[in-house]
Design a protein around this ligand. Structure first.
Ligand code: SAH
Ligand code: SF4
Length: 365
């Protein structure tokens, strides 16, 4: 399944590995540091642009792909402030990345797999099934694209660089943990891309092993957990993963994570009309979280997400009154709770809408 990943690109190497590579070519270590800066700080679009490197070295580097993501199209929404890139991988699979520009920040939503094997019924990516894991370089290169795009846009002020990164694109990050974590470390590296750990958020469908591993990591990135139902019957119907990791197990792992890290966790809850948005379900959710909350400060909050339409599903988006009623109940129970305002719905760039369909059509036409 991973044969295409044998084609390593420059963004697949960390600084130590680049140093090794260049040493094999008889180059001193400082050349690797120059190359690393070109990749992660200057965002060079080709080896030819790395003019502080000797021509012979540039020529040699040009034989290795800089990135294996081929940009196929960019769709623009929200008056230019939301941009969705569709990339084709060497083996033909497609992945999508979304850049959202706000007055005070810019957030990039990154994919970790082509497709996803978790099969959540409300998610467009889930309908694709898992095509393959992305390499660390394919994950990193999406953030690089977002930075380059911001430069092209001429975005000014704090929004002129990637300030926040969410692993909420296609795929389940914890199902590709090793490569995903290599990407996190590389994007965090202060000598390179220099994105703060607290500026990164990973969202998981609830793979308990991944939550346990993340709790043991040194870098304090943020954790969001997709909950979407207050009971096992409904959660298993919506998210097949619940049959392996039911709510009680997920809650034990979450509690341990909070106790160990003292970091606040977000629970995501997609609101589906008539399915999981009844007042009695809001009460059940509030009770569940209060029961499971560790003693002391409530180190979690709930992020309500009005469902974004996915063609071919019988599901519906909750009406706004039902969203606010649900939120009010949680608030009354003392559960910190926000409603996520979506970007990019008209270009199918919002949460759960990434399916790469447009790109397939472009390729065939
Ligand atoms: N696989 C991970 C991360 C990617 S999905 C996860 O499932 O958590 C990011 C978020 O979007 C998850 O909370 C997911 O449940 C949610 N989501 C999926 N489909 C959606 C849709 N159609 N509308 C709104 N949110 C959706
Ligand atoms: Fe995969 Fe997340 Fe979509 Fe579920 S919601 S199918 S885990 S991408």
């Amino acid at each position: 399944m991973h044969s295409a990943m044998e084609q390593r690109c420059l963004y697949d190497y960390n600084l130590t590995e680049l140093t090794e590579l260049l040493r094999g070519w008889g180059e001193p270590a400082f050349r690797a540091r120059q190359l690393y800066r070109q990749l992660y700080v200057n965002l060079a679009a080709s080896a030819g642009q790395m003019t502080d490197l000797p021509a012979a070295l540039r020529a040699r580097l040009a034989e290795i792909p800089l990135s294996t993501l081929r940009l196929e199209r960019v769709q623009i929404g929200d008056e230019g402030l939301t941009r969705k890139a569709l990339f084709r991988l060497p083996d033909g699979a497609v992945v999508e990345t979304v850049l959202m520009v706000y007055p005070d920040r810019s957030t990039v939503c990154v994919s970790t797999q082509a497709g996803c094997g978790m099969g959540c019924v409300f998610c467009a990516t889930g309908q694709l099934g898992l095509l393959r894991n992305l390499s660390s370089g394919e994950i990193v290169a999406q953030a690089i694209w977002a930075s380059q795009e911001l430069r092209v846009m001429g975005a000014a002020g704090p929004a002129g660089r990637v300030t926040n990164l969410v692993f909420m694109g296609m795929g389940e990050p914890f199902a590709n943990y090793d490569r995903w974590w290599q990407a996190v470390e590389r994007l965090h590296d202060p000598q390179g891309f220099n994105l703060g750990a607290r500026s990164m958020t990973v969202s998981t469908v609830g793979l308990v092993k991944g939550i346990e591993r993340l709790a043991a990591e040194q870098l304090p990135i943020n954790l969001a957990i997709s909950l979407h139902a207050p009971d096992d019957t409904l959660r298993s119907e919506l998210m097949p993963v619940n049959r392996h990791y039911p709510i009680a197990e997920l809650m034990v792992a979450t509690r341990k994570y909070i106790e160990k890290t003292r970091r606040r966790v977000s629970f995501e809850y997609v609101l589906l009309q008539g399915k999981n948005d009844h007042p009695h379900q809001a009460i059940a959710l509030a009770r569940l979280l209060r029961r499971e909350a560790p003693r002391g400060p409530m180190l979690f909050h709930v992020n309500l997400i009005p469902w974004n339409p996915v063609p071919g599903t019988p599901l519906g988006r909750s009406e706004w009154e039902r969203v606010t009623a649900f939120q009010q109940i949680l608030t009354d129970y003392g559960i910190p709770c926000t409603v996520r305002v979506e970007r990019g719905v008209e270009i199918a760039a919002a949460c759960g809408q990434l399916a790469g369909q447009q790109g397939v059509m472009v390729q065939l036409s």
